[in-house]
Design a protein. Sequence first.
Lengths: 454, 454
Amino acid sequence: MTVDVVALLRAELGDRVDVSPAALTAARADKSGHAAPGTPLAVVHAASVADVQAVMRIATATRTPVVPRGAGTGLAGGANTGGGEISLSVRAMDRVLEVRADDLLAVVEPGILNADLNALLEPHGVWWAPDPASRAISTVGGNIATGAGGLLCAKYGVVRDAVLGVDLVLADGRLLHLGHRSVKGVTGLDLTSLVIGSEGILGVVVGATLKLRRLVAGERVTLTALFDGVRSAAVASAAVTASGIQPAVMELMDATSLAAVHRLLSLAAPPEGAAQLTIQTDGPAAADEARAIAGVLRGAGGRVAVAADEVEGESLLAVRRALHPAMETLGTTLIEDVSVPRSALPAMFDAIAGIERRYGLVIPTVAHAGDGNLHPNFVFEGSEVPEVVWSAAEDLFRAALDLGGTLTGEHGIGVLKRRWLADELGDDQWRLQRDIARVFDPLGILNPGKVFEL
Amino acid sequence: MTVDVVALLRAELGDRVDVSPAALTAARADKSGHAAPGTPLAVVHAASVADVQAVMRIATATRTPVVPRGAGTGLAGGANTGGGEISLSVRAMDRVLEVRADDLLAVVEPGILNADLNALLEPHGVWWAPDPASRAISTVGGNIATGAGGLLCAKYGVVRDAVLGVDLVLADGRLLHLGHRSVKGVTGLDLTSLVIGSEGILGVVVGATLKLRRLVAGERVTLTALFDGVRSAAVASAAVTASGIQPAVMELMDATSLAAVHRLLSLAAPPEGAAQLTIQTDGPAAADEARAIAGVLRGAGGRVAVAADEVEGESLLAVRRALHPAMETLGTTLIEDVSVPRSALPAMFDAIAGIERRYGLVIPTVAHAGDGNLHPNFVFEGSEVPEVVWSAAEDLFRAALDLGGTLTGEHGIGVLKRRWLADELGDDQWRLQRDIARVFDPLGILNPGKVFEL
């Protein structure tokens, strides 16, 4: 059986079928720190929609599981490929097929990197707004498959707000064109939105029509504010949101994460226990808005520093961007991704502090404070998540749900959060969602075991 | 059987079950001009989620079709209730349960009118952006069920961009809570988006968590520009979009519709053949943007008039808002709703002119030019759409699809566009969508015959 499938793939796809040990090992893991058990059958480097269709036809004929893959930068194990499975990479399908600045849309293949796309769009005076922290290394197709968020979401939206249509290859190899090219369109059910964030269980995204924005005119103003603790920083960020001024970026770093980054970048150590907000405004009113925000922050007890220019502003944001490498210096990291209504940020930080006390853990946490999305980092030794970390993570999820929040703001369920999915959805909705997935994939060969434990 | 269902409803819902001839007749029609054949069994005026659940349990037990209904202002026949069917009205469920200006969300019942909601939100400094032309008479639940658009969509989005979660009663009476309260959330499949625009075939929307915006600060500036024909007005509107300035409102009226409104409002007749753009800018840069837009319009051959103040601006927009009553003075109207990429507006007007010539019809047309959504009006005598109008409408749909557009930008499929749905979706996607609907409603009792001809 195993030999047959690879031979069938080879017959149709030639040397785009890769069984090198390096490729097979790489396909087992994403950036979550988790790897699937066993060794994949093959990695297929699809070069075209027809290649993807060919793989899916063979997979259907042979009942072989297929795991779609972009750049493998996911944080929930969604692209991890295990024994007996085909890793179907669309990374090589990276062309921009059309840019229409007048219609504010672009048609792209799924494998292009988010940052590469935006570099190509810039001369046209437009951009694609979703900006996950991984934007330099993650693909547009992967951004769609996870429903990615990022730093700019409160002002400029998430992926769901920025996709007009998706081309999808079904489990049996048929190609569907979902969505539309017009600003408005309500013909039938909105399957485009259903595919966004579906983590490869409904089909393989082989193309997308993206909704673009004009480049934002005017300057960017960046400021930081130091607080004596994470709770006061969270209260200050909620006060900024409640003030009605909309920053482009509002990031929060707690004391542990801030200190770790300062060490990594050889910066002077921050005051003991200090947490920091980093805020950026943009657009024609950027300077006025930054002044008003500085007033709110000072009123909330913050020590405010405003960048003299955009270069200094970028260096302030670079501190936040160095979080992941800084965490790696501490050990293996399980990055969580709960999201709560913005006013609940202080209460969520209280809950995290309680979990730290109860389990004797330190949980360095950063937050996209502008939209209420927190990334608590569980740091441990070795490659297996210890049971105590899972127990603490479970408490974290329950705390977020109790505050009206969600398990995952932007990383997805993958394998890492499967066991808590029904807690958020309820059993009835969980079953309904699984039954919808089966309409797309009746044989259960598309990314099986992800999202739903089938 | 008929007697049994009404008796069962009465036993649970008492005098909220309405079988008065006036109510039954009203339930047969929406504002499309179309009415369902036969007489409904009953109209149920649900007062609570429990009422809706009770109706659906009885409907499932007795296999009785149910047609959900808000204010009945739809334009595609989606809420029309025929013989043997229950009309389930949620119009009386009109409470605002929660307003959180700090989290920019509101929790509402489905029956509240869009304009009433916004009047309640205004003192909180927030608004719900979707603004269908029917906003004074249409419900939030109906806006969600149709995926409504409106005048402000290019700048402020459609309903799909403004709903965080939906409470849905399934065909068998179970209640699901879909979506979330946080800005970000990617837990499982995005069923909230699937319900938006689903026209009552997946369940009954009994509550919604809405995403709000801060009220826009600054003034509103309104201007009009007269052109010697609809094509030059369309070219000018595309030039405005291409200039990168984003108006809040950009409406186009062709010569026939403009003249009809001027007659209705007893205004001086516009020049023979003249078409008009009406544009409004808002926000802190409104005046600068209006000046820049005026320049673009003059460069495109427009005679520009800028309103002296907001009162005069409203009177200019009132001309556009009087379109529907003006059409009613001409005869019975079938309002179409095609949408195309904005750059294709001139070509779409060319296509409409061709259809007028081919069929010997006059098709007064207005467009939300800012987002490419056109409303061609077929005007005829009597209550039945003549075959020649259907033939012309079919040509209209094909022209829109050929230009990369869609059958319906904001009104939905209902009964009036069912026969063209597969032309846009393709047979594979049509079947997939229908199969998804069956997962929600295996007995086919929810708004049967709408959207999909089952």
